[in-house]
Design a protein around this ligand. Sequence first.
Ligand code: ARG
Length: 450
Amino acid sequence: MTRLWDRGTPLDTVVARLTVGRDPELDLRLVAHDALASAAHAEMLAAIGILSAEELAGVRAELRTIVGEALAGEFVIDPADEDGHTAIENRLTERLGDAGRRIHTGRSRNDQVIAALRLWGREALLSLHAETRTLVEGLLERAEAERETAVPGYSHTRQAMVTTLGHWLAAHAESLLDDLPWIERAYAHLNRSPLGSASGFGVALDLDRPGVAESLGFDGVQANTLAVQNDRGKSEWLALGAAVAIANDLGRLAGDLIWLSSDELRFVKLPDALTTGSSIMPQKRNPDVLELVRAGAAALRGHHAAIAGVYAPLASGYHRDLQLTKAPFLEGMVLAADLLQATAAVVAGLEVDADRCREAIQPATGATDALYARVARGEPFRSAYRAIAARPEAPSSEAAEGWRSRRHLGAPGAFDAAPERERLERAQAFGAAERERIEAVWQAFESPSV
Ligand code: ARG
């Protein structure tokens, strides 16, 4: 087919390659959401008299067919079409004639692409939210089971004080719980409609922007039409930022697990099915999955920086530069979901060797608890410190039980997963309510009667 702005002059091949870029492939992921937004836009056009009721019905039916094809992997974006938005309009025109020629009334590809990205992005954020909750649940379950498993606690990768594996697992759960509000904040940011802002300056039509927003399940409209364009890239950066916060926590968890499962420590064993072998050393069982979780987090930090690098220096209004924020956003969000799923599988299949954990405890690791036993008897801290420093080794059985004496809030001797479980439940309610709202939007789109 053709580019929407075709002037009849042939396009230089390098220019075509550079401008089209990866859009034909990347936009395939956005086609369903683009069609959903197009249906809401078409409904509004019918309400203000641009499309007839019959034309609207035709457009809606064809958009549903397009979504079906997109989900089945059958929708094709020809590079000659430039991008997914053009492919959809060309298809509507080919099948429906003037109704297709009217669909772009009151919009521009600039607000169209943002709408698709926001609709896609809010679903991706909800999935991330759900997968984070699954991992937190897995960590808390394992933490509860290992609440009495004594293990050396480390700082500077040197033995510091004895803790429990449960305390260590629950620490990772808490970090991830702290990331959920980041996702919710990014979700709220994305959950406003850009539609009707057109190229950034509005159009001379009485568009019902709030009506479109409502039928797409958005919380409201992004008001200033220029601010809509200025927000492109920023939204993606915020959303991926939440994914990066999670990935960074996963990277730390992965690093811990690589170390705790090393041949030297063997406190935990990774599930066999999730380790990989060596092509030369028959005995090897390698933690490649965890290494890729760690490196995946690094890649995400790169994607995040790439988005800011493109959007932040731009002057107001649309610039084609913004197209290059699409790949790091789409691919980054998908990668983050993979990292979460892989980590959850490892956590669920971990085998704990409680004897190894206990045997590894060095007697001197009990020094600080012994010091505090003296403090409890009234000795000044520094005098007790000096006395223990002269002979820090405690009998190892005592050292291994020292964690029980630390019972203030959050300490290993006062293990309590209830507050985390409560936070998890609240997050669960948010996820379920938003999922339901989005489902209702898709259902209304799919129902031929509307
Ligand atoms: N593929 C383009 C992008 O992602 C769509 C918007 C094109 N708009 C334009 N004014 N050339 O930015």
